[in-house]
Design a protein around this ligand. Sequence first.
Ligand SMILES: Nc1nc2c(ncn2[C@@H]2O[C@H](COP(=O)(O)OP(=O)(O)OP(=O)(O)O)[C@@H](O)[C@H]2O)c(=O)[nH]1
Ligand SMILES: [Mg+2]
Length: 241
Amino acid sequence: MASVESSTEFTSSLTVSSHLPPPRTRIFKIIVIGDSGVGKTCLTYQFCAGKFPEKTEATIGVDFREKLIEIDGENIKVQLWDTAGQERFRKSMVQHYYRNVHAVVFVYDVTSAASFRSLPAWIEECKQHALGQEVPRILVGNKCDLQNSVQVGTDLAQQFADAHSMPLFETSAKNPSSDGHGDGSHGTRGNSDHVEAIFMTVAHKLKSQKPLILSQPPGGDTVTLTRGRDEGEKASWACMC
Ligand SMILES: Nc1nc2c(ncn2[C@@H]2O[C@H](COP(=O)(O)OP(=O)(O)OP(=O)(O)O)[C@@H](O)[C@H]2O)c(=O)[nH]1
Ligand SMILES: [Mg+2]
């Protein structure tokens, strides 16, 4: 799979080697997990294609969707892993979902109390795959357009999100500008969150967590790009699978 390396802007105080490779696009791997039917495929499609898919079928294994975005002048590829909710379609793939993942999006359906009750099991799966605390997680309640069928109130979802130190977003993959059904993580909110804003928030968080640091090797006059943390993390960024 493609390697992930870095680029950044250089400050004028540093001498830059003319042998530096051309800037490459960083890739953020974000997995989207939750029960079958909660709308993971629709959410990822809405973010990447900008529309609601006319028809979806249960995801088998995983579908990849990518979108190139720009944050503070840096091009970043957001790679969404739209995972299968059905156990039989995911069991051989699970270990690949979690390998070198940068962020996790947990999705439930606001019209399905069962999908909300499943969240602890999804969190447990993350734990079993030894996901580090530094990996951002967010909680998304989808299908807010179905206001008359809501089974999971914002207060309950917010309590759960707080207990697990995750921000909560409520949205609709179908109608991103539909009215929400109450107050959310951001205080009083009359509208549901836009799908695009949710994934952009995750990307911003990742970018701020993973700054590119310019360092000058002792005695050298060239600039080395590092990620500022230990080698293990650098390796995990350099290899997707
Ligand atoms: N009204 C409404 N329906 C939605 C929304 N998001 C998804 N759906 C519908 O919910 C059903 C399931 O959506 P999917 O995106 O395929 O669900 P999934 O989570 O990917 O399911 P698996 O691939 O089986 O894990 C489809 O019929 C969608 O049209 C939404 O925001 N509002
Ligand atoms: Mg799907």
